[in-house]
Design a binder for this molecule. Structure first.
Ligand code: HEM
Length: 306
């Protein structure tokens, strides 16, 4: 794959309209960039440290110090003015190392967003009065996008490589499995819509019991509230399933929400009968356990949600 980079780097520069003029402008700005490189490094690490699992990759002081040095070097190299085979091979190697470490590609993309905003705002501050401000900004945008392209190409190749490594039978099986799971997902979505209609029916039935005085007003209202809770959870589940069908991840927590809603409905109903105190307690413990499971799942899959 290294060879591909070596042969294609000219085309890559061309695709991004990265010309000699950009190289000259970047080199011209290098002394200015060097003046705040330390500040860049400090803010870069503050930024990537918010990713949550950064410490799992940058494990100890030795690795962090080494990485800091490498990032410093990479940042100044952006403005070296020379972008030939050796530059691109180096970038490709960085991408390969990140892939080998299992670093999420999202982390690299997000880190680049920081680099872009930080650098462009500094250049704007310094060269706002210059006529060629736009050209300077464009040159930075281009070299950053080229860098991101090469750094993430290793991720794409890893994916393609893994697919190509499969035998024909494995590929056919994989295709079949994907299709089957897609059909079952549509079936599940349909079943959930039916459940939502049942929940509407349950709500209607509870209203009927209340108005026909077959239940006391207190019990009737609590039962209606319980069925509304189930309806809400079923809608939430349909919403999550739609997201899953669009390619999102499977939302286990939505199923837990539905189970919690069903248990709360039972608690609401049983709470009116003193003979069912033990049942209420048991259901309460179950709700607590499900609540803890829900919290744990949300914490591990999406820490920002909690
Ligand atoms: C703008 C984004 C990034 C750039 C340009 C970059 C650059 C680099 C470079 C130049 C190396 C050294 C490659 C070599 O040894 O040849 C490296 C390695 C590494 N990077 Fe990054 N990196 C970026 C983002 C990140 C992020 C966000 C993390 C973690 C959250 C990370 C974790 C690592 C680790 C763990 C290594 C291996 C360090 C070692 O053991 O020496 N990098 N990266």
């Amino acid at each position: 794959m290294d060879e591909i980079i070596q042969n294609d780097y000219v085309a890559l520069k061309k695709h991004y309209w990265f010309a000699k003029g950009d190289e000259v402008l970047l080199l011209q700005m290098k002394p200015y960039l060097e003046s705040f490189a330390d500040e860049f490094i400090t803010e870069f690490y503050q930024f990537i440290w918010n990713f949550g699992k950064t410490a799992e990759f940058l494990k100890d002081e030795t690795i962090i110090t080494r990485h800091r040095g490498k990032i410093y070097e990479w940042y100044l190299d952006l403005f070296s003015g020379t972008y030939e085979i050796s530059y691109f091979s180096k970038l490709y190697k960085i991408g390969e190392i990140h892939v080998k470490l299992g670093l999420p590609t999202h982390y690299v993309n997000a880190a680049f967003n920081f680099v872009r905003i930080f650098t462009l705002s500094r250049i704007y501050q310094q060269y706002a009065q210059e006529e060629d401000l736009t050209e300077r900004l464009k040159a930075v945008e281009r070299i950053l996008d080229i860098n991101l392209d090469v750094l993430t190409s290793s991720y794409r190749e890893e994916e393609i490589g893994r697919f190509l490594a499969l035998s024909r039978i494995e590929k056919t099986l994989l295709g079949l499995l994907k299709k089957t799971s897609a059909y079952f997902n549509y079936l599940l979505a349909g079943a959930l819509v039916v459940v939502a209609f049942f929940a509407v029916g349950l709500f209607g039935y509870d209203v009927y019991l209340l108005f026909s005085r077959q239940t006391s007003i207190e019990q009737g209202i609590l039962t209606i509230l319980g069925s509304l809770l189930i309806l809400w959870a079923a809608i939430e589940l349909i919403h999550e399933e739609t997201k899953h069908l669009r390619g999102g991840s499977f939302a286990l927590e939505a199923f837990i929400t539905l189970a919690i809603a069903a248990l709360i409905r039972k608690i609401l109903i049983f709470s009116l009968s003193p003979a069912k105190t033990m049942d209420v307690l048991l259901y309460g413990v179950l709700v607590l356990c499900l609540g803890i499971s829900y919290w744990l799942i949300v914490q591990t899959t999406n820490p920002r949600k909690s």
